[in-house]
Design a protein around this ligand. Structure first.
Ligand code: ACO
Length: 218
């Protein structure tokens, strides 16, 4: 599905899986994009967040099903956990909702995977593919012809030049820059403020300017 298919078509209400800081951001984006949030779900959850109830995950699924809620967004900042919970949520029969902030700019031909979130002020340029469960966070940018793998996270203020590929579940830490034509493998963590000027293998931690591989991903 492209941005042209998903934009301006809010449907709700939506169950938000997660109740932490990223869930607050996701709820803000979902609301700004026109959705209604039914509840947050997290194991052992109670209380409320932004005026909606926080429910225990198992109990919450039962309650929301009874209320006819069929759509969900998984709002967990940890990439591996987000992938795992997304599989569970799909197994429970929910449809995944993607949301693009109205203050983000996403080109019409950008492919947007299920459950992806594009946060306020982000820019995603032409020819780019965002996989499933991706986060393009606050004021980040992905320039032309990018390819962002499933459950990757482009953290706030990170900038990818043209033709950059990022593998599944990789995190590009806050304020990272990546030069054109660069490939970053899957399950990589790039440290905050790094400048990536060479390809990075999968399952490594790299940081610095220029970013160098320092250790295996934990
Ligand atoms: C909305 C949001 O909050 S989105 C959140 C996005 N998340 C991020 O941006 C976090 C990115 N994570 C980082 O930058 C982390 O510091 C990592 C992953 C690079 C390193 O973490 P660890 O593997 O635990 O390394 P550790 O903290 O032990 O640091 C090892 C050394 O590298 C240095 N170091 C760590 N991160 C960086 C960095 N980004 N740039 C330069 N040096 C760094 C440390 O100071 C330390 O140096 P020392 O050995 O001289 O004391």
């Amino acid at each position: 599905m492209t941005r042209g298919d998903t934009a301006d078509r809010p449907v709700g209400p939506v169950a938000v899986f997660g109740a932490g800081g990223h869930a607050s951001v996701a709820m803000d984006v979902l609301t700004a994009a026109g959705y209604t949030v039914a509840a947050c779900l997290t194991p052992g959850g109670s209380g409320e967040k932004r005026g909606v109830p926080i429910l225990d995950e198992v109990e919450g699924i039962r309650i929301l099903r009874a209320q006819g809620v069929r759509r969900a967004h998984v709002a967990l900042g940890d990439n591996v956990l987000r992938e795992r919970v997304t599989a569970m949520v799909q197994g429970e029969g929910f449809d995944l909702v993607s949301a693009i902030s109205p203050t983000a700019s996403v080109a019409d031909d950008v492919e947007v995977g299920a459950g992806t979130l594009v946060v306020h002020g982000a820019v995603v340029n032409v020819g780019t593919r965002l996989g499933a469960g991706v986060i393009v966070n606050t004021l980040a940018s992905v320039d032309h012809d990018g390819d962002i793998g499933d459950f990757a996270h482009i953290a706030p203020g990170t900038h990818l030049a043209g033709n950059v590929t990022v593998g599944a579940r990789s995190l590009l830490g806050v304020g990272t820059s990546v030069i054109p034509e660069t490939t970053i493998g899957h399950d990589v963590v790039v440290g905050a403020g790094s400048v990536v000027v060479t390809h990075l293998d999968s399952t490594v931690r790299a940081w610095g300017n220029p970013a160098r591989t320092r250790k295996a991903a934990s």
